[in-house]
Design a protein. Structure first.
Length: 667
């Protein structure tokens, strides 16, 4: 996938943005500069929203998204609108296709937000919008979603379109291994095999329970399974609490340390409040959208599921009918009513020239038509489908051409992602409450809350460890109830016993297939970019078991370099190196877009990334930077030869808009 152009009209700080993002093969970088508040993050949002759509909740939200200058100019004018348009190319079966997605947002007469979407696929255009009949909209919306999903699914976008500073925050302490595990499972497509394995194990337990003949033993086995499930549920619930507490700790750590040191951190609290408020609003908007899409799916389930299934069942018979009718139509066949009309004209001709005398009776006319049919051999073309009307044939042809995409899988993926975000809501609300309290006074509140939260983290870790010990004890007892070889085997149970390990083996085999290449690529990249251990990484080790995926780095001296002991800058580099490997060895080939490119990085790390990382990161890398990150006098020369285009975003405060000029912070 290559993004070639982004257009944004009346979107936040942009009134008329039309930006060419094409790159040369040998120059994959586009460098976009801008001061803080100049429009870099808004450009990032414009690209993301052009791909996946804006979630406009109401008139007030629409006004927030609209360019302020345009809104002031058109106050009270119903023609206010927001336009987002993205051009990109993608490969389908080794052929390049050009895509244009255009999204238009405005308010209707009732001041409710409405949307219109256009997809141009190599010249074929799909249009739909709020006013489109529901069934038709579902079909066309599915086509657009299919195109986007084939290039960069929304749930994976965070791994390729990201804020380096935010990525660094997520990689503190115990988050690192988990983030690596989630990235690899999602981007490399292993999750489906893990889910199939879990489902198979559950079904295996049910069959074992059915196979136990002694009632007392069956009850005992079921009790063990229930107890096992109870502890697993406790682990899952405690992990949710643990994740919330850990997220809170990561988010508040900077404020906590500032409060303890007596530093003045009040100025940053208001900005942090806005960030948390936006996160909460975004999650709630996603929830509303998911509910709406789910209702649409249920309302049109016959279009989504039943009709496609019916077509699959009757497809062969319909194709046979169409084939027979096609052969009949291609053999100079004349309909009987046409033969009757021609016969009348022939009789009129014969009478006019006195070649026959008198009128033919109705019976004679019928015999004449039958004679013509018989002599022409048309009766040989009769088929068993002659009873089918011509209109029905048209309907059959339309049925075979039916195009519909089952939205269930898309909804299921959205559900999984949304559940994680909704689980973070209570924690975000607690953060917001603490921030607002500290906005009104000193930092005592945040110190107390943070210390209490640290105790909870330790408590949750201990609880999870104890629950896992109980599960291991129960697993030993449960295995004793498995059928022995001497007993009469249940064929279904025997198949299930093989399927469980099979799915696990498939996912692990896929991982092992890519494992060595990921390890080697990461080792080479870390040796050049991880400055604190430059040329000292002996090996990177990725485990071969997806159920317990771990990631370790070893020094040439033989000792392990513990990830949780690295500083924020080093962790940021590690995750960016991982993202590069995912880009190379994953199932997708999207561009990479990075906001706040250097995050926590120090001088040496910056130079290393510029020289060794960004030029080789992707076939298209869009960097959004301030002049204090990539500095013209020091840093620009390090990547100059790899840059296709340079732009600078300039904020016009008086007219409340951002303009784009050529060059990187030109004089």
């Amino acid at each position: 996938m290559l993004i070639t152009k982004i257009i944004a009209k009346n979107f936040k700080t942009y009134r008329e943005l039309d930006l060419d993002l094409t790159v040369n093969e040998e120059q994959p970088i586009i460098l976009i500069g801008g001061e803080n508040g100049g429009g870099k993050t808004t450009l990032f949002q414009a690209i993301y929203s052009a791909l996946y759509g804006l979630k406009v909740k109401d008139e007030q939200h629409f006004n927030k998204l609209q360019n302020a200058g345009e809104r002031a100019k058109n106050a009270g004018n119903s023609s206010n609108k927001i336009e987002l348009e993205i051009h990109f190319t993608g490969k389908v079966l080794h052929s390049d296709y050009k895509y244009i997605i255009k999204r238009l947002y405005t308010l209707n007469a009732q001041n409710n937000p409405v949307e219109a979407v256009m997809l141009n696929l190599n010249g074929d255009v799909f249009n739909y919008g709020t006013a489109t009949p529901h069934a038709e909209r579902v079909k066309k919306e599915a086509e657009v979603n299919k195109i986007i999903k084939a290039n960069l699914p929304q749930e994976l976008s965070k791994y390729f379109l990201f804020d380096a500073m935010e990525a660094g925050n997520l990689l503190k302490d115990e988050y690192l291994n988990r983030v690596i595990k989630e990235n690899i499972e999602n981007v490399m497509g292993f999750n489906k095999y893990i889910q199939l394995g879990n489902a198979t194990n559950t079904l295996t337990q049910e069959y074992i329970a059915q196979s136990i003949e002694v009632e007392e033993e069956r009850i005992q086995y079921k009790n063990l399974l229930e107890e096992h499930k109870k502890y697993q549920d406790l682990i899952d619930a405690t992990k949710v609490k643990y994740d919330r507490s850990l997220s809170y700790s990561l988010a508040q750590k900077e404020f906590y340390e500032g409060a303890k040191d007596g530093k003045n951190f009040q100025a940053n609290i208001k900005e942090q409040i806005q960030i948390v408020e936006r996160k909460i609003e975004d999650i709630l908007n996603k929830e509303i959208l998911f509910i709406d899409q789910s209702e649409k799916f249920l309302n049109d389930i016959e279009i989504q599921v039943f009709i496609p299934k019916l077509i699959t069942i009757v497809q062969n018979e319909i194709e046979l009918i169409l084939s027979e009718k096609s052969q009949q139509n291609n053999s100079d066949f004349i309909e009987p009513e046409h033969i009757n009309k021609v016969s009348e004209k022939v009789l009129d001709f014969l009478k006019e020239y006195n070649l026959i005398k008198g009128e033919l009776t109705a019976e004679q006319k019928i015999k004449l038509a039958d004679y013509i049919i018989k002599k022409s051999g048309q009766n040989k073309n009769d088929t068993e489908y002659d009873f089918i009307d011509k209109n029905d044939i048209t309907h059959f042809e339309q049925l075979l051409g039916w195009s519909s995409i089952n939205q269930y899988n898309i909804l299921e993926q959205q559900k999984s992602s949304l559940e994680k975000e909704i689980a973070s809501l209570p924690n975000l609300k607690i953060q917001l409450l603490d921030l607002r309290k500290n906005d009104m006074g000193g930092g005592e509140e945040i110190i107390q809350s943070y210390d209490a939260n640290e105790l909870k983290i330790k408590e949750y870790k201990d609880s999870i460890k104890n629950y896992q010990s109980e599960i291991e004890r129960l697993d030993t007892k449960i295995k004793r109830f498995d059928l022995s070889d001497e007993e009469v085997p249940n064929p279904k149970l025997e198949v299930l016993k093989k399927l469980g390990p099979l799915f696990s083996n498939i996912s692990n085999a896929l991982l092992k297939n890519k494992k060595a290449r990921i390890e080697e690529a990461m080792k080479n990249d870390l040796n050049t970019t991880l400055v604190v251990y430059e040329n000292q990484i002996d090996r990177v080790v990725l485990s071969e078991d997806l159920s317990n995926l771990s990631f370790k780095i070893y020094h040439k001296a033989g000792n392990e370099i513990y990830l949780d002991e690295l500083n924020a800058a080093s962790k940021q580099i590690i995750i960016q190196v991982l993202l590069k490997s995912l880009h190379y060895f994953g199932d997708y080939n999207p561009p990479v877009m990075i906001d706040t490119v250097f995050g926590y990085l120090d001088e040496s790390s910056r130079a290393s990334l510029l020289e060794n990382y960004f030029p080789k990161l992707s076939h298209q890398t869009i960097l959004l930077s301030t002049d204090s990150e990539i500095r013209k006098s020091i840093d620009l020369s390090k990547i100059e030869n790899f840059i296709s285009k340079k732009f600078t975003l300039v904020r016009d405060k008086e007219n409340q808009l951002t303009e784009v000029v050529e060059g990187y912070f030109p004089n």
